[in-house]
Design a protein around this ligand. Structure first.
Ligand code: ADP
Length: 238
């Protein structure tokens, strides 16, 4: 049974329809990538799931609850963006605690949760540092810890690795998957990088022009592309 269900989502900005009849069922604990070229509507799908955009039509269900009209801050979803999303004037620990404070969590519980999250991302001793004192990879791990601290039901990752150096990018792929598996959190990962999607995902949705061209496990997407576009995009047709 699907934990996260996107039903016939459609989104237009004025006369421009950027997501057209997009449906996807994600199982609990599954890691699904939206893969496609820039402008194909990946981020818009993610923003509708997060509640930052209202679908023009269609519905979003989490655990059988219709959240299509539920405000973003009441959806209990964690999100990590491309880069530079940490609060620069707050320490690492304060950044991770941010969502907990907003929820009114008590000090002792907050401190314990922050310590648990910093341990989870492998930076147990860096709580007192400021973002500018961290590498890009460390900053993205802190952004992940901040997103996960309130124990969200769904994790949304929007190109979280694309601003990083190639070497760090590859090691962080595995780390993100390890953390995601450990928590068993249902995740949607947006990327334009086919290698990233192929190496990290349980399933991949290849998007083109606001629609899903193909949905499948990495092996299927790579070895049995359903359309010429998919074959071209995953690099099996040159
Ligand atoms: P992707 O994440 O695949 O790069 P996006 O979802 O960001 O694609 O964008 C899809 C299309 O929607 C693009 O053409 C983009 O310019 C357009 N778009 C996104 N947000 C808005 C907006 N708020 N107003 C108008 N056009 C938008």
């Amino acid at each position: 049974m699907a934990f996260l269900d996107l039903k016939n989502l459609r989104k237009s900005f004025g006369a421009l329809t950027v997501v057209k009849d997009f449906s996807l069922s994600v199982e609990a604990g599954e890691f699904v990538s939206l893969l496609g070229p820039s402008g194909c509507g990946k981020t818009t799908v993610l923003r509708m799931v997060a509640g930052f955009e209202t679908p023009s039509s269609g519905a979003i269900e989490i655990a059988d609850q219709d959240v299509t009209r539920v405000k973003a801050n009441a959806r209990n979803i964690g999100m990590v963006f491309q880069a530079y999303a940490l609060f620069p004037n707050l320490t690492v620990a304060q950044n991770v605690a941010f969502g907990l404070k907003v929820k009114g969590m008590k000090r002792a519980e907050t401190d314990a949760r922050v310590a648990e999250m910093l341990k989870l991302i492998g930076l147990p001793d860096l709580g007192g540092r400021y973002p500018f004192q961290l590498s890009g990879g460390q900053q993205q791990r802190v952004a992940l810890a901040r997103a996960l601290a309130p124990r969200p039901r769904v994790l949304l990752l929007d190109e979280p690795l694309s601003a990083l150096d190639a070497k760090i990018r590859v090691s962080l792929r595995a780390e993100i998957r390890e953390i995601q598996r450990e928590l068993g959190i249902t995740t949607i990962f947006v990327t334009h990088d086919q290698e990233e999607a192929l190496s990290m995902s349980d399933r991949i949705v290849v998007m083109n022009g606001g629609v899903a061209e193909q949905v499948g496990v990495p092996f299927e997407i790579y070895n049995r592309p359903a359309t010429r576009f998919v074959a071209n995009f995953v690099g099996t047709l040159n």
